[in-house]
Design a binder for this molecule. Structure first.
Ligand code: GLC
Length: 559
């Protein structure tokens, strides 16, 4: 049985430059992050995903890579990076890094050589047109910040293609030399000890131009290459694609996935936001029902907030406008006509009940949960910053200078110091001292989830009994691990839920996590009270078919 560690993981997304500065230069770095690993271990996460760590002109938060084979000197040295991997491993934390190979920075030596010399060996590593392309605007990813996808380069005397910004030319991934290089890059970082990659813009990597057919075979090849180098390495890919295409991204060889191990579940993410905005469980139920059956070992990565905008592009116009109205009513909160550039806590009105509900729901749904740094504190955004930078402010460690992020004068990005989300109110030190804080709740919730392996490994189904529209009742089952029932109430109305239909499947059911102290669940499961915005995680049975002595955990602490 191959090890599927990623299916029981809790992933924490962290941008090294805004996490912890150790040398007072105002930029977070690896030595700083190493000093915070104990914090992450206490939080209970098992996998750290680092946003790009390579040398970069930093015009797209490091996604504009200028050298794939080393680290950005502002973050430390390769030696520091190796230490990080080692220290994280000591604490049972695996590290994955971004693999950004759809494009490079225009400052990458490959592009410089390609544009300067038509005979350069790197010329064909990029995509050129000697004549002006017909539709130079087609396929833009960042409308408003981007004017075109083909830009004329005077040095090259040719147009080059770029899905994203004009300072990030697309690599010609149809070129076998580029493919070989991508495999070398991945192998290099595996050799340094990473556990895998978050693959940036996966659909574009296999589709060199919008009219080129997608070459899924490259994903099969890349996976095989990785797996030979490190058996348990994974690829977690960004691919906001329709249900009809998902299967091809995972691949299927004899019933087992043979391409990408994990995909971010963008469809579920948008429906979760819609459900939270409307106080209605139906969108989540629809999302679960629409989910195609996955091959063995394929896994979803669930999330509420990532490092980009909340992407609502796959919702209908009406649905999107409901989410905008609730979570981002001002134009300034919106981005690219499709998204919102805010964090969860402010979107949910800093209502503790709704924040817990949202995260309890995400973490209990099938797949591997991914959380963005600072969400565990309820950090806010800084809308005065440009675009997506609004939610990329430094981590808030303490109420002291610069929130404990840095002793420097000039910071990579300003710390949020004022108001409801300022360092005085939202920081790690204060919240760790308080067993009722959001951070303490996240610690308990994550540890509880780690006692429920059926969420990541098992089948997830909506419980088929009549339920008020605002209640999500779902179940996770894994024959060898047990079964859990989850109730989440998306409205502020108290309800009583009847799950007696499940009575036969229950063996001394008991509660593992809830928003408050409820009376113990009895064997009949017939009358289960659920408060407004409440949630209850109930173990139906465990692997041994008997109660193992779990404790009921509530907002206020252990009951
Ligand atoms: C992905 C990243 C985003 C980046 C873009 C270009 O969408 O998530 O942050 O700007 O790719 O690399």
């Amino acid at each position: 049985m191959p090890e599927h560690w990623y299916r029981e993981a809790v992933v924490y997304c962290c941008d090294v430059e805004t996490f912890q500065d150790s040398n007072g230069d105002g930029v977070g770095d690896f030595p700083g992050l190493i000093t915070r690993l104990d914090y992450l271990a206490r939080l209970g996460i098992t996998c750290l995903w680092l946003n790009p760590i390579h040398p970069t002109p930093n015009r797209d938060d490091g996604y504009d890579v200028a050298d794939f084979y080393t680290v950005d000197p502002r973050l430390g040295t390769l030696g520091d990076f190796a230490e990080l991997i080692h220290e994280a491993g000591n604490r049972g934390i695996r590290v994955i890094i971004d693999l950004v190979v759809n494009h490079t920075s225009n400052q990458h030596p490959w592009f410089k050589s390609a544009r300067e010399d038509k005979d350069s060996p790197y010329r064909d590593w990029y995509i050129w047109s000697d004549t002006e392309p017909d539709d130079r605007r087609e396929g833009m990813v960042f409308p408003g910040e981007q004017k075109e996808t083909w830009t004329y380069d005077r040095t090259a005397k040719s147009w080059f293609y770029h899905r994203f910004y004009d300072f990030m030319p697309d690599l010609n991934t149809a070129n076998p030399e580029v493919r070989a290089e991508i495999k070398r890059i991945a192998a290099f970082w595996l050799q340094l000890g990473v556990a895998g990659f978050r693959m940036d813009a996966a659909p574009f990597v296999i589709e060199s131009t919008p009219d080129a057919p997608k070459d899924f075979a490259f994903l099969t090849d890349l996976r095989a290459h990785l797996q030979w180098r490190r058996g348990d390495a994974v690829i977690l890919a960004e691919a906001n694609v329709g249900a009809d295409e998902v299967g091809q991204y995972f691949g299927d060889s004899g019933g087992s996935a043979n391409r990408l191990h994990m995909l971010f579940d963008f469809a579920l993410n948008a429906r979760l936001m819609l459900a939270l905005a409307r106080g209605d469980a139906e969108p989540v139920i629809d999302a679960l029902r629409d989910t195609p059956k996955l091959p063995e070992s394929a896994q979803w990565a669930t999330f509420l907030r990532n490092h980009d905008e909340v992407d609502l592009s796959k919702l209908t116009a009406e649905q999107r406008s409901d989410v905008f109205a609730e979570f981002g009513p001002d134009k300034d909160m919106q981005l690219y006509d499709r998204g919102i550039r805010r964090r969860m806590a402010p979107m949910l009105g800093n209502d503790r009940r709704r924040i817990e509900l949202a995260y309890a729901m995400q973490f209990s749904l099938r797949g591997t949960p991914v959380i963005r740094y600072g969400e565990e504190l309820g950090m806010g955004e800084d809308l005065s910053l440009h675009g997506r930078d609004a939610i990329r402010t430094p981590m808030q460690w303490s109420p002291s200078v610069n929130g404990g992020f840095s002793a420097g004068q000039e910071l990579v990005r300003p710390v949020i110091t004022e108001g409801e989300y300022g360092i005085g109110k939202i920081n790690v030190v204060t919240q760790q001292q308080n067993p009722r804080s959001l951070l303490s709740w996240f610690e308990r919730m994550i540890r509880t989830l780690r006692q429920c392996p059926e969420v990541g490994l098992g089948a997830c189904s909506v419980i088929d009994v009549p339920m008020p529209r605002h209640v999500l009742a779902h179940q996770a089952d894994q024959p060898e691990r047990g079964a859990m029932v989850f109730l989440h109430n998306l409205s502020d109305e108290d309800v009583t839920v009847d799950l007696s239909a499940l009575g036969n499947h229950a063996e001394q059911p008991y509660e593992l996590l809830a928003d408050r102290d409820y009376p113990s669940v009895d064997d009949t499961l017939s009358k289960i009270p659920l408060a407004g915005y409440g949630y209850r995680w109930i173990r139906l049975r465990d692997s041994r078919g008997r109660r193992t002595g779990g404790q009921v955990v509530t907002r206020g602490g252990t009951a």
